[in-house]
Ligand binder design. Structure first.
Ligand code: DLL
Length: 434
C-alpha cells in the first residue's frame, strides 16, 4: 500500500499530463528567473511554448556538474535568497562544492518524497528509526530525519560513526529501522559480530540503505547478517537529496517519484535519448523545485528505466539498481567494468569477506585492474599455498564471468579501511592527465 496513492498509483496518461504541466511551468520559471537558463534558452531559441509533450524535454539543454561549480554558490537559484530556508552541499572530491538551496515548499516536497520512501520500505509510525547517515551538509542525515519525523516514527539521530555506540543504541532503544550507507551497515554488522552480539536476535527488522552503488548479492549478505529486509533509497544533492527513487516490497527496481522528477536515459557518448529498457546515463529534470529548478541534469549514474505494473500497485517508472557512475567505469581490455559487477562476483566466493578495493594502474596504454579482497580469517591463517589457491579461484571466477584478467590480492582480515559513509571502492593510481 502506498503512502500517497493519488500520485504513486496515478494512471500513466494522467501522470504524464501532470508532468507536462509542471515541466512547462518550470521551463517558464527558469527562463525568467535564472540567467544561466535564460541565456541557454535564448541561444537555442527555445522556451515553454516548445513543450507540448513530456518527450519535448529532449529539446532542452543539459545541465552538468561543472555548470553547478561555475555558478557556485547560488547562480542557479530560482528565488531571492530571502526565500531560501536551507542549503545543503556535497563536497565532491575536487574543487568547489555543489550547493543545494531549498525554499520552504521545496523542503516540504522533499519530506513527502522521504515519507513515501520509508512507507514503501514497510516503515510505520510505531517504528524506532536510527539514522546513521551523516548529519550536516550531506543530504542523508536531515533528509531521512525529516521523512521519519513526518511519518511519526521515533527518530534516533545518531549520525554516522561511533560504531559501538550505534550497536549499544540498537540494543538499548530496541531500534527497528536502521538508515545508513550499505557499506556502513556492513561495518556495523561486522563490529557487532566481533562484540559477540547476534544482530539477528535484535528487534531491528528493516534497513533503508543508499548513497552508493551496491549489488544485489551485497543486499543479501546484509540481510542475512543482520536478519533484516534491506531496502533502498536513491538520490543526489543536485536534485534535493535522497527520495528521488525508492524501493518497494517487490525489491525489484526503484520507483522514481515522477510527480517531482522527470527521468530520461541517454547514451552517455552521443547524448541521444534511449528508449525504455536500454542502459545509459540517467538524466533528471526537477518538476516542482523552485530554489534549485534544475533542467536535464546529467547524473553520471548508469541504469535502465522500466514502465511496468508493479506488484505493489505503484505506477511510477522503475529504475534498475545503479550499475555505477560513468566516473567509476573502467575500461579493461576493451571491456566496460563497474565496481559493483566485481562486487557481485566476489560475494560468490565463500573464502573471502565482502570487503574489497579495486586498484587501477596504467601499463603502457592500457589500464590494468587488480582487486584487493580480504580473506576469511581461517583461509588467511591456513598459509600461503591456500591463499594462492583462493586468489586463483577468484581470478578465474571473474575471468569466467566478465572475460577480463584481474590480478587478485588476498589481504589479511580487517586490513581494508572500513566505511562509515560512502565506501572508497576504486583507488586510481593512473598518472593524472597532463
Ligand atoms: O548520496 C543522497 C543520498 C543520501 C541518497 C542517502 C541515498 C541515501 P550525493 O552525496 O550528492 O547524494 O551523491 C549522489 O550517490 O549520483 C549516485 O552516484 C550515488 N547514489 C545515491 N544513492 C544511490 C543508490 C546522496 N541507491 C550520488 N545506489 C548519486 C547507487 C547511489 N548509487
Amino acid at each position: 500500500m502506498p503512502w500517497n496513492d493519488e500520485f504513486e498509483c496515478m494512471p500513466v496518461e494522467k501522470l504524464e499530463q501532470f508532468q507536462l504541466d509542471k515541466l512547462k511551468e518550470t521551463v517558464a520559471w527558469v527562463g525568467e528567473k535564472v540567467p544561466f537558463y535564460r541565456k541557454k534558452f535564448e541561444e537555442m531559441g527555445i522556451g515553454a511554448d516548445a513543450i507540448t509533450d513530456v518527450k519535448d524535454v529532449a529539446k532542452l539543454p543539459f545541465t552538468v556538474k561543472t555548470d553547478l561549480r561555475d555558478e557556485y554558490p547560488f547562480g542557479l537559484c530560482g528565488v531571492p535568497l530571502k526565500e531560501v530556508v536551507r542549503v545543503h552541499a556535497s563536497s565532491g572530491t575536487t574543487g568547489k562544492p555543489i550547493t543545494g538551496p531549498y525554499t520552504a515548499d521545496d523542503l516540504a516536497q522533499w519530506t513527502e518524497c522521504m515519507v513515501r520512501n520509508f512507507y514503501a520500505a514497510g516503515v510505520r509510525p510505531d517504528d524506532i528509526v536510527q539514522n546513521a547517515y551523516g548529519y550536516g551538509l550531506f543530504t542523508g542525515g536531515l533528509g531521512f530525519h525529516q521523512g521519519a519525523t513526518e511519518l511519526g516514527c521515533t527518530v534516533v539521530p545518531t549520525s554516522s560513526g561511533l560504531t559501538e555506540r550505534q550497536i549499544t543504541l540498537l540494543k538499548d532503544f530496541k531500534t527497528t529501522v536502521l538508515c545508513a550507507t550499505p557499506s556502513y551497515a556492513l561495518t556495523i554488522a561486522e563490529r557487532a559480530e566481533e562484540l559477540g552480539i547476534d544482530m539477528k536476535s535484535l528487534p531491528l527488522r528493516v534497513g533503508v540503505f543508499g548513497a552508493e552503488p551496491w549489488s544485489n548479492p551485497m543486499r543479501k549478505e546484509i540481510e542475512e547478517r543482520m536478519g533484516i529486509k534491506a531496502m533502498e533509497a536513491y538520490g543526489l544533492t543536485e536534485l534535493g537529496g535522497p527520495g528521488v527513487a525508492f524501493d518497494c516490497e517487490a525489491q525489484d527496481g526503484l520507483h522514481i517519484n515522477e510527480d517531482y522528477y522527470l527521468a530520461e536515459i541517454v547514451d552517455p557518448a552521443t547524448l541521444e535519448p534511449l528508449p525504455l529498457g536500454e542502459k545509459g546515463e540517467l538524466i533528471f529534470t526537477a518538476l516542482q523545485r523552485r530554489a534549485m529548478p534544475i533542467i536535464r541534469y546529467r547524473t553520471k549514474d548508469i541504469t535502465r528505466l522500466r514502465r511496468e505494473t508493479c506488484s505493489c500497485g505503484r505506477t511510477f517508472l522503475k529504475m534498475d539498481k545503479v550499475f555505477g557512475r560513468t566516473d567509476d567505469m573502467l575500461i579493461i581490455s576493451g571491456v566496460n567494468v563497474f565496481p559493483s559487477q566485481v562486487e557481485s562476483l566476489l560475494l560468490d566466493i565463500e573464502e573471502v569477506e565482502p570487503q574489497y578495493q579495486l586498484v587501477v594502474r596504467k601499463r603502457g596504454h592500457l589500464d590494468q585492474l587488480s582487486v584487493n579482497v580480504e580473506a576469511k580469517k581461517e583461509v588467511y591463517d591456513a598459509g600461503e599455498e591456500k591463499r594462492l589457491e583462493i586468489e586463483g579461484k577468484v581470478a578465474r571466477h571473474i575471468k569466467g564471468n566478465m572475460g577480463i584478467g584481474i590480478k587478485v590480492n588476498l589481504k589479511a582480515p580487517k586490513s581494508i579501511a572500513r566505511s562509515e559513509g560512502k565506501a572508497l571502492r576504486v583507488v586510481d593510481e593512473r598518472p593524472k592527465d597532463v
